[in-house]
Design a protein around this ligand. Structure first.
Ligand code: FES
Length: 345
């Protein structure tokens, strides 16, 4: 039997299906409750049951003691509702709410989807999950003490693996490692989640333009998959357009997926833009720089938010031209910059 849950103080509601924990329902419905291990060991998900009954589930007795249960606490990653519930819990909606961890991970899969782009799937240790906001990144910690930043390309609800998109470029030592030497089962240490490039909840009915160049698509993929997932459960729909630019067709490496989103979501549209299309690209679409395509299409961006990610020159030009020429509010522009050596400053 399903049970309704009211979360205080946010007022969000959840429907928990039979056999589902409170946290599983929250993740399915796109509500960000805090969590760490998701197996009753760490205590990050502990909250209060204000009204109703739960089965506390399998958990470490030291993480949730009998006294705590008597005081109304429960671990939401293990607790199964036995009735309608009102719970109290601080929802995660800002980076300060999330613990930054250093974790080992194993390369689960390497998928070279074009000559220049590798999709890396990382698996975390069995008792660990990484909570993050869609759009954030991690730093891979290299043996020589250097770091290499990668945006997380999967959405937070879909966190069995961490998906990274790595681009090969001349002189990139880590890129060269990824494309020439990295193999499945390699161990990588990383720190994360990091960064403040994530979707703001407000305004709930606002229009959003995403502008990506190259693998700047990765965090935008995470954000869009998160939004589509939330729409399924919450029903609110923001109008969203993705402009994705590359020099050649090859640089837009996941367009099948994006066209599929466009088919499935009438509030989403996609405009690919190439600046140096090859004759073999047989390109019929928009040409030029990606941010110029936005300028051509909009006389005013006054009522928009823009999320831009990719090469610094694109992000800087977008910020300058959108705010100066199209009245985009300065606090309506969010960006993440990829530079070859460090990326995501
Ligand atoms: S997430 Fe670790 S105890 Fe629930």
């Amino acid at each position: 039997m399903s049970h309704q849950i009211l979360i205080k103080p946010s007022g969000h509601t959840l429907t928990v299906k039979p056999e589902e924990t409170i946290l599983q329902a929250a993740l399915r419905e796109g509500v960000s409750l805090p969590y760490g291990c998701r197996n009753g060991s760490c205590g990050t998900c502990k909250g209060k049951i204000i009204q109703g009954k739960v089965d506390y589930g399998q958990h470490n007795e030291e993480t949730l003691t009998e006294e705590e249960k008597l005081a109304g606490h429960a671990l939401f990653c293990c607790a199964l509702p036995l009735s309608e519930l009102t719970i109290e819990c601080h929802e995660v909606n800002a980076t300060k709410d999330i613990e930054i961890k250093t974790l080992p991970s194993r390369v689960e899969k390497l998928n070279r989807i074009t000559d220049n782009v590798m999709v890396i799937s990382l698996r975390l240790p069995a008792n660990q999950r990484l909570q993050f906001l869609a759009g954030q990144y991690i730093d891979i910690l290299l043996k020589d003490g250097k770091r290499r930043s990668f945006s997380i390309a999967n959405a937070p609800h879909d966190d069995e693996f961490l998906e990274l998109h790595a681009r090969n470029y001349p002189g990139g030592v880590f890129a060269e490692h990824v494309f020439s030497h990295m193999k499945e089962k390699d161990i990588l240490r990383f720190e994360g989640p990091l960064g403040s490039f994530f979707l703001r909840d407000e305004p709930e009915d606002g229009n959003i333009i995403f502008v990506a160049s190259g693998t700047g698509f990765a965090p935008i993929k995470s954000i869009l998959e998160h939004v589509f997932h939330q729409e399924n459960s919450r029903g609110n729909k923001r109008n969203m357009i993705l402009y994705w630019g590359g020099r050649t067709k090859n640089e837009l490496y996941m367009t099948d997926l994006v066209y599929q989103w466009q088919k499935e979501h009438d509030n989403f549209s996609f405009i690919p833009v190439l600046s140096e299309a090859l004759p073999s690209d047989n390109w019929q679409g928009r040409e030029g720089f990606v941010h110029d395509a936005v300028l051509q299409d909009f006389n005013s961006l006054e009522n928009y938010q823009v999320y831009a990610c990719g090469a610094p020159v694109m992000v800087e030009a977008a910020y300058h031209d959108f705010t100066n020429q199209r009245n985009l509010p300065k606090d309506g522009f969010f960006s993440d910059v990829f530079t070859p050596s460090t990326s995501n400053p």
